[in-house]
Design a protein around this ligand. Sequence first.
Ligand code: ATP
Length: 420
Amino acid sequence: MSAGGISADAHVAVRLSGVEKRFGHITALDHFDLELPSGSMLALLGPSGCGKTTALRLIAGFERPDAGTVEVGGRRVASPGASVPPERRRVGVVFQDFALFPHLSVRQNVAYGIRRDPDRDVRVDELLELVGLRGDERRMPHELSGGMQQRVAIARALAPRPDVILLDEPFSNLDQALRTQLRAELRQILRDAHQSAIFVTHDQGEALTIADRVAVMARGRIEQVAAPEVIYAEPRTPFVATFVGVANLLPAECRGGIAQTRLGPVTLIGAPDRRPEGRALSLLRPEHFLVREAPDGPVSAQAWQVIARQFSGSEILLEVRAPDGQRVWVEAGGQVRRLAIGDRVELRLRDVETVAFAPSLGIAAPTGSGHREGALAGRAKPPDDQREQPPPGGPLRSAPEDHHAPPANETLETVEPPVH
Ligand code: ATP
């Protein structure tokens, strides 16, 4: 079928099949497949340079694929030999800097894409209502706050009723408090408009809170697409596990759906063919541990020592190290909140259901990658000189200290405690 043809699958807002995109010797997208059901919201999440923006640009029509096809609203809009121009794709774009027309009022900006539509005034009123800007319609862009500018940009993109809206890092120009508020607002606006949307972000907190599904990307490919809860609880690869949330990858011996770790057994979840047998790495999140202060007296062989402490208001994470060097990040609640670096703790596992990875399953994310400084749920990378880091993108190895993704922090203390 040529570009512009009708496909049978009109309930799919966007589909990319087998897409490849190269820039000289750089492969930005490689065997890239993605499907967005109509009316849903998808976040493309991944580290810098993994190809997120290239994917959006291919959907919008600003780039052409070297191989594969792009469909929007059931129409094929691009293949290597043919391409529908951006203005005929029924795609709305909200740019990072909002790109409002500075000489046009709020109302004129929103009306811009439908200026020849006889029902324009009714539609603009409806959209101003939807984004909460009734009463501000005569104001000029320079008179608006960042959040208001974003809402104008969204209303403008929604006006022609596109098949999909693409948002490139929609919150990156806004301060932290505003980002948190606008995440919820944006989700509601898009929901109320029954609008299919794809947005690009580095920030896992943003992706997990807004999207119906999250596509985690690495090196031009999608590693996993799933609901946010599934991405967090049942990541399919070490990369996804360590990129989203704080992950401890603990060596384990797996048999019959149970992973035996040094702290006891954990039940494996996920499809049977995804439960490894034999040596593996089990994923343990900080909330999977029960932590209590070690009793006074001689140091027990089971005691772990606190070597870093991260405070982020509601949550305290402790990095603790066993005598053999194994380190894990654990969540500290109750009495344990006041523990300091050098203190000793005992760990037990809660009744955990989690996943484990066979050693062949690839690499972990570079530690702290993808987490923007100051992001609400994201964890910024701790200063490099404060801890040992596994080599970015290096192979997954079995030495315990390599399977460890330190979180980052609003406040991080970390020192080498005295060895007793
Ligand atoms: P970021 O989060 O930093 O914006 P990204 O995940 O959006 O990154 P892309 O911008 O899609 O990544 O880039 C993917 C790769 O393709 C990178 O290596 C980038 O340098 C390269 N690339 C993108 N656009 C071009 C271009 N026009 N010319 C050359 N290389 C490009």
